[in-house]
Design a protein around this ligand. Structure first.
Ligand code: ADP
Length: 489
């Protein structure tokens, strides 16, 4: 039962049926009232002159003063003809002097209000004038009234209640009326047909909702591929569309979350691995130094200490880069965008690495591009990108190599390229070099240096600027890294 009322279908059906029943009841009530009104009006119209005629009859009897018993017998004859009336003789103030009711009954009031009496006499052709019923003070009934000379200074009235008590059984009369019964039957049939049609239409409309609920609950149980078919552009169609787009977003987010989770696992694995090797090396050399303290030559001790220092430096760099990447990931670093001269910046960065390149016999050529517009960006972060690229170029180039820093205006942007004449990047490695911790096997075996985070950091910084960074091979002559910065207004 509770389930029944939880169903939307039954809720709207119930409201609909209740409304239909209320409509039916209102219709019966209105029909009953208007029928009553009609009967009363007809009664009054037909008996408009009844009181007048009666007064004419009485006046002969009243010539010698008001003699109730004499009047009674003549009234009796009239009431035989029309038993549905109650006759009252009123004085000029409305006080009841005599009444004639058949069968006799209790009269609860000893006077009636004269308002309707005057209305009747002044506007005899009015639609319907209802007067007080002395037997039922709370009810008003159609009347017929005429003045009556009762031998007093002022006239009295003949006051006739039409229909009398019999109106109270009018409902029964109407119940038996063919017209009323037929119209109630027709209305009943209309209600029944409307009710059934309504229930069928609601069932049809809610079927789509039920279908949708089924699909959504499957989605809820984990089947994220479930989508609601959209067959219309109405509210339900739009709801289905909204659900589908929400499901798409949710699925995308889930994929993203899974990917992030996977990345996080890889990151932990990589970090542990990259921490373990230098730590093991440091531990090994320290143990050797301690064990062979007395026998170790000065040169060897120095060499071991240098290796330890180099590993410590590598560890520090790894931790710093991890920290930097995590700050970029969590958006703790917001680029402070300002106009600056990229041409000046590459000169500065080239100068910074000149000594390091020189030590390896490599030349850095920074193009002196005059006339280029200022660019927009966070100067410190862009410097970091350039440093990472130049560091890599130095690292992966042999003696005699040349690193060129080139600038070119490209529409509303300035293109920056770092070209080297080093080993280049294999086609297999190319799609992955911007991934965290990715190091091409070649470079891994050749050098223990490098964390595999430098390019990931560069890519993240460019993403924060809304830009991309790309790597290409220069047909066996080394690698080229390219990115763009928007010109400042
Ligand atoms: P790493 O610290 O190993 O240099 P990066 O993220 O900076 O890490 O670079 C990732 C990998 O991309 C490197 O291991 C290397 O294999 C490759 N790479 C980057 N720059 C160059 C370059 N200029 N020439 C050749 N290979 C490069």
């Amino acid at each position: 039962m509770t389930n029944l009322f939880h169903s939307f279908y039954w809720k709207i059906s119930l409201v609909f049926l209740l409304l239909l029943i209320a409509l039916g009841a209102a219709q019966v009530l209105i029909t009953y009232n208007s029928s009553m009104q009609f009967v009363r009006q007809a009664d009054q119209k037909l008996n408009l002159d009844l009181a007048k005629n009666m007064a004419g009859e009485f006046e002969a009897e009243l010539e010698d003063g008001l003699d109730i018993s004499r009047i009674k017998s003549s009234i009796h004859d009239m009431m035989v003809v029309n038993p549905r009336i109650e006759i009252y003789i009123l004085d000029s103030s409305g006080k009841i002097l005599a009444y004639f009711i058949d069968p006799p009954g209790e009269v609860k009031q000893d006077s009636v209000s004269l308002g309707p009496v005057r209305d009747f006499l002044q506007h005899p052709q009015s639609d319907l004038i209802m007067g007080e019923d002395p037997r039922n003070p709370s009810l008003t009934k159609p009347i017929s009234v005429a003045p009556l000379d009762i031998g007093e200074p002022q006239n009295g009235y003949v006051y006739i209640i039409l229909g009398g008590e019999q109106y109270d059984s009018a409902l029964r009369m109407l119940e038996n009326s063919y017209y009323l019964q037929t119209s109630i039957k027709i209305f009943g049939v209309i209600l029944l047909v409307t009710g059934i049609a309504g229930l069928i239409i609601f069932a049809f409309l809610t079927r789509r909702l039920r279908k949708m609920t089924g699909i959504i609950s499957k989605f809820d149980q984990g089947d994220l591929d479930q989508r609601v078919p959209v067959n219309s552009d109405d509210e339900i169609g739009r709801l289905a569309k909204s659900f589908n787009s929400m499901a798409d977003t949710l699925q995308e987010n889930m994929k993203e979350l899974k990917k992030t989770d996977q990345l996080r696992r890889e990151l932990i694995a990589n970090v542990s691995h990259d921490l373990r090797s230098p730590l093991a090396s440091i531990q090994g050399y320290l143990e050797t130094i301690l064990l062979k303290e007395s026998t170790l030559s000065h040169e060897k001790r120095r060499k071991y200490l240098e290796i330890i220092l180099k590993n410590t430096f590598g560890l520090r760099q790894l931790v710093e880069e991890l920290f930097e990447l995590s700050k970029l990931d969590t958006k703790q670093v917001e680029p402070e965008v300002e106009p600056f001269s990229i041409s000046d910046l590459i000169q500065d960065v080239a100068l910074k690495f000149e000594q390091q390149a020189d030590d390896k016999g490599i030349q850095i050529v920074a193009e002196n591009a005059s006339g280029l517009p200022l660019v927009k960006g966070d100067i410190a972060l862009i410097e970091r990108v350039l440093s990472n690229l130049i560091e890599n170029s130095i690292q992966y180039s042999e003696e005699g190599g040349i690193i060129r820093l080139e600038l070119k205006q490209e529409g509303a942007a300035v293109q920056v390229q770092v070209k080297d004449t080093g080993a280049g990047i294999s086609e297999d490695d190319l799609p992955h070099i911007f991934d965290r911790f990715y190091r091409a096997e070649k470079s891994r075996s050749r050098s223990e240096e490098g964390t595999g985070l430098g390019l990931a950091i560069a890519k993240k910084i460019m993403e924060l600027h809304g830009k991309e960074i790309q790597a290409q091979n220069r047909n066996g002559q080394g690698a080229v890294f390219t990115f763009e910065l928007d010109r400042a207004n």
